[in-house]
Design a protein around this ligand. Sequence first.
Ligand code: GLN
Length: 201
Amino acid sequence: MKPKLHIGVLALQGAFVAHAQALRDCGAEVQLVRTHEDLNGIQGLVIPGGESTTMSNLLVASGLSEVLKDIFRHGFPVFGTCAGMIVLAERILDGRTDQISLGALKIDVRRNGYGRQNDSFEQDIIVPSFDTPFHALFIRAPVIEAIGPDVEVLASWGDRPVLVRSAHALACSFHPELVSDLRIHEMFLSIVENFSVTNPR
Ligand code: GLN
């Protein structure tokens, strides 16, 4: 039997419980991450949805922002959803002036970019690598407005990317942890698996 992957879920704020459950349902071992020490032994990190301005405050106050920037610079696998994607972005539009981001993914995102009437909506999206559409829940979701040359678009809705990745970072503007479909979490686990093979501890 393959050894279980050890995955951290940033648990400062937001929908971390649902992510932890989805990862366990995929067969991973989960570590909730609130301090620097909690990063020991994990092979990848999930940053959940929630409120990116609050997460920004807590990342700075806990000292995790600098540590995370550093490990992501060295290619540590990370998956950000909704507010988590904002936290990973290189540039935040319509953010609070003191809001930080970790710059793990070369994307520009606009907070609450889907606007008021569309505050929250559900949409079946086509992910070309999946056999059937993925039912995506968008909740005050950020819009990806620009992507860097090393960023691959894995799915779009309308003319906007909604699921993107670079070598080690995966992000989506919706909430895959709130549906029972595990395919996007499995996609992240295969990124972690490949990284762990090429970077054994
Ligand atoms: N609008 C929220 C923010 O700025 C994100 C919403 C979400 O994660 N569902 O952080």
